[in-house]
Ligand binder design. Structure first.
Ligand code: F3S
Length: 773
């Protein structure tokens, strides 16, 4: 397997290391027994999961192939913490600011593994691509200059604003079969469409890898999704993940890698597989991936990476699951009978087949007039998506119809934009009334200056994006956002009606005659090859010694970090509950995006959004909590600041899957910065739980989830057991009731030894600094 093939055309001196996978797998396959350290004791594991001379799944091969120490690593799915050596790191601009600020404070000269930064989150959709981009460059100059100069300084590839969305650029330039990548964005798994294990993490994890520290991941379980048959004409790759989301729900993939298998896989395009993996983030999966196949080879060749395709072909025995590999759960999907789906509103796992959608919408009183259809984003902006959407618009055009709803198109990259422009697809869409936005996240992350409705007005939109939490797109909690394939979004936008079913319903042409849309068609890859468009990449300079990185002390966008204080060696005693949160609390509730994105590099300023979206169980309201010292109701950040000023720590109490959604570590940094000590919930989303640990917070879960009900928001609490904090050993939450009574509740945690060291040092970064000092 040893051959010198560059990882990317942009990094000719960094090579794919298939030999390491080969070597590591040989080692782990030979292991007969494993010593495990579990619940504080060593024991001999001879169960079949430990002994790896058994058939391995694809993701196991790639993950174990990247072990730091294959000889001594204990490997039990769902149990062990693996120490891994990722091939690369990717950061988007909203998270890169904090990641780079943290990396700078570690005091190292350059990143240890190939890393890229992508400017995609800070561009607000207002008019259309060109003016919106110009405005963003002006508004965000300070941040872009910081990212560009820090990238140049630390040997990081920098993708300028306008280049496109991180996950598309990665797919086009950096992803390769069998690679392991981490990215500071929850949709990093998109690269699983090219057979990569690509995992979304917080900035602090990225800093570890950039600093050459092995990266830790709880050994994932593996969920198999077996695809048989072939998609019918209206169904698309998106419908596979919409269906899977409906089956597994927003929590169902937690702690697992979703691996697709079966003959149906070969019927999907590479970018279609990317869509499926991208939206796997919505079921909480660690990542999703596909086995290497010819469709990936075709995509690699069409993006000028024939050498990688050839290399992967030679190595393909390790780029697919072994026969007989065992999965923790298996889901069967027959593509022959898979219908298009529409998911939502307000949650991506509320899946409704198209044939049932009209009655469901009417029953639930969802607004049926479709105000806006939005296609593109990192999830669905491939050439194929655009071509198939345009094929529907062309049909409407032939009958004298335009798009009835407002309609926006977000190309995922400059390459896609330039190619669809060259091939006339863009003209088709804009002539029908579509507006092409910048190659950026835009409305997907709330960067949308929406003017067509007033805030609070109930309305429906439909997107081909991945996420549709309340208020995510336009900050209007009354907007019902639905998610579907770009083709369905387009068909519904032509009709202007959310309940239109293109399979059964007719439209009325300009001549008054009814007609039906034929199923969409379009090439998976451009016949004339891709047009790269404008060059928007800044390679790190050969001589980096003269590059300086400036952060102004008076900036309101960037702020150098000060280390958090160490643990004081004592249990926590008698502190208030800042808020007892009711129901869903995603990272959007904890650290809202949209207008707040501009403060992602300034911890003090962005902390003013802490938990402002979370619902207080006391009054059912957001951002209105009682200050236990003054007795007055005020905003959550203001109250936390008041407690901090008094030197008082506090806890948050929450419900299930707390912190689901994005990888943004601000959701962990803000509570830490404003003096939070612990977040106590029924269950956590994986990335957020790790992020909290990294910042020196205590993410804790009720051993008995119904104990959530025992907590009165007026209780004072102790967290007992920290002086003997050990892996697997529960802690105790002591409630001090207003009437003077006390009550003890058992709290679980998932800290391992290394993570306990983060807690004691005050943060993972503190520990790193101690080690490198
Ligand atoms: Fe951007 Fe939305 Fe994707 S925020 S990275 S386009 S999920």
């Amino acid at each position: 397997a040893s051959q010198k093939v560059a990882m990317s055309n942009l990094e000719q001196d960094k090579f794919i290391n298939y030999q390491r996978i080969e070597d590591n797998l040989e080692i782990v396959r030979k292991r007969q027994v494993t010593f495990l350290f579990h619940h504080g004791v060593f024991f001999l594991c001879d169960s079949s999961v430990c002994i790896l001379n058994r058939p391995l799944t694809l993701s196991e091969k790639v993950v174990y192939g990247h072990l730091d120490d294959a000889v001594n690593q204990d490997i039990v799915r769902g149990e062990s913490y693996l120490k891994l050596r990722p091939d690369r790191v990717a950061c988007q601009d909203a998270t890169a600011q904090m990641a780079l600020l943290q990396f700078m404070s570690a005091g190292l000269p350059s990143v240890a593994v190939p890393t890229t930064v992508h400017c995609d989150h800070l561009i607000q959709a207002q008019k259309s691509g060109v003016p919106d981009l110009a405005r963003a460059i002006d508004l965000n100059k300070e941040v872009y200059d910081f990212l560009a100069s820090a990238s140049a300084k630390y040997n990081i590839g920098f993708w300028k604003p306008g280049s496109g969305i991180i996950h598309q650029i990665i797919l086009e330039n950096y992803a390769f079969p069998g690679g392991l990548m981490i990215g500071t964005d929850s949709h990093t798994p998109n690269a699983g469409g090219l057979g990569m294990v690509a995992i979304g993490v917080g900035g602090a994890d990225a800093v570890d890898v950039m600093a050459d520290i092995p990266w830790e991941l709880k050994c994932p379980k593996v969920i198999g999704v077996n695809l048989t048959g072939q998609l019918n004409k209206w169904a698309s790759a998106k419908d596979i993940i919409l269906k899977v989301a409906g089956i597994l729900t927003v929590k169902g993939g937690t702690g697992a890698i979703v691996e697709y298998t079966g003959a149906g896989v070969d019927t999907l395009s590479c970018t279609g597989m990317g869509t499926i993996c991208n939206m796997g983030a919505e079921i909480g999966a660690t990542t999703s991936m596909f086995p290497f196949n010819d469709r990936m080879g075709e995509y690699l060749r069409s993006t000028n990476r024939g050498d990688i395709a050839q290399y992967a072909e030679k190595f393909s025995h390790n780029l697919r699951a072994d026969k007989g590999a065992e999965y923790d759960q298996m889901i069967e999907i027959n593509l022959d009978t898979l219908e298009p789906h529409i998911n939502g509103p307000f949650t991506p796992d509320l899946a409704t087949p198209l044939s049932k959608f009209k009655e469901t919408a009417i029953k639930n009183d969802w607004p049926t007039e479709l105000k806006v259809g939005l296609i593109g984003s990192c999830t669905n902006s491939s050439y194929e998506d655009m071509a198939r959407s345009a094929s529907l618009v062309e049909q409407a055009n032939k009958h004298g119809l335009k798009l009835k709803s407002k309609y926006t198109v977000t190309p995922g990259s400059e390459q896609v934009r330039a190619t669809i422009e060259r091939d006339g697809i863009m003209d088709t869409l804009t002539n029908a009334g579509g507006v092409v936005l910048a190659n950026a996240c835009g409305p997907c992350i709330g960067q949308w200056d929406r003017q067509d409705i007033k805030k609070g007005e109930k309305n429906s939109i439909i997107t081909s994006y991945n996420r549709n939490f309340t208020g995510r797109n336009d900050a209007n909690p009354a907007t019902h956002a639905f998610v579907a394939s770009p083709e369905i979004v387009t068909a519904l936008s032509i009709a202007g009606d959310l309940t239109f079913n293109p399979l059964t319903d007719s439209l009325t042409g300009a001549d008054g005659k009814p007609f039906k849309l034929d199923p969409p068609t379009g090439d998976a890859l451009p016949q004339k090859g891709y047009d790269a468009g404008e060059n928007t990449y800044q390679a790190p300079p050969a001589d980096r010694s003269q590059v300086s990185v400036a952060v102004s002390p008076t900036s309101n966008r960037l702020q150098l970090l000060k280390p958090f204080e160490k643990w004081n060696g004592k249990d926590i005693e008698g502190i208030p509950i800042l808020i007892k949160v009711k129901g869903k609390c995603t990272t959007d509730h904890i650290s809202m995006a949209g207008p707040w994105l501009k403060y992602r590099g300034h911890l003090d300023n962005i902390s003013n959004n802490m938990l402002i979206g979370a619902i207080n169980i006391v009054n059912g309201e957001a951002n209105k909590i009682k200050n236990v010292f003054t007795g007055e109701f005020a905003g959550v950040p203001d109250t936390a600041r008041d407690y901090k000023a008094r030197g008082v720590k506090w806890v948050v109490v929450g419900d299930e899957n707390y912190g689901e959604g994005s990888s943004r570590e601000h959701a962990a940094l803000e509570p830490r910065y404003l003096n939070g000590a612990a977040i106590i919930v029924k269950s956590f989303a994986r990335i957020h739980e790790t992020n909290l640990k990294k910042q020196g917070m205590l993410p804790l879960t009720f051993a008995n989830p119904s104990d959530y009900d025992l907590i009165d928001p007026t209780d004072k609490v102790d967290v007992v057991g920290l002086t003997d904090f050990q892996p697997g050993k529960p802690l105790t939450l002591r409630l001090h009731k207003e009437d003077g009574k006390t009550q003890d509740i058992t709290l679980n945690h998932t800290f391992n030894e290394g993570q306990i060291a983060w807690f004691k040092a005050g943060s993972a970064l503190n520990l790193m600094r101690e080690k490198t000092a």
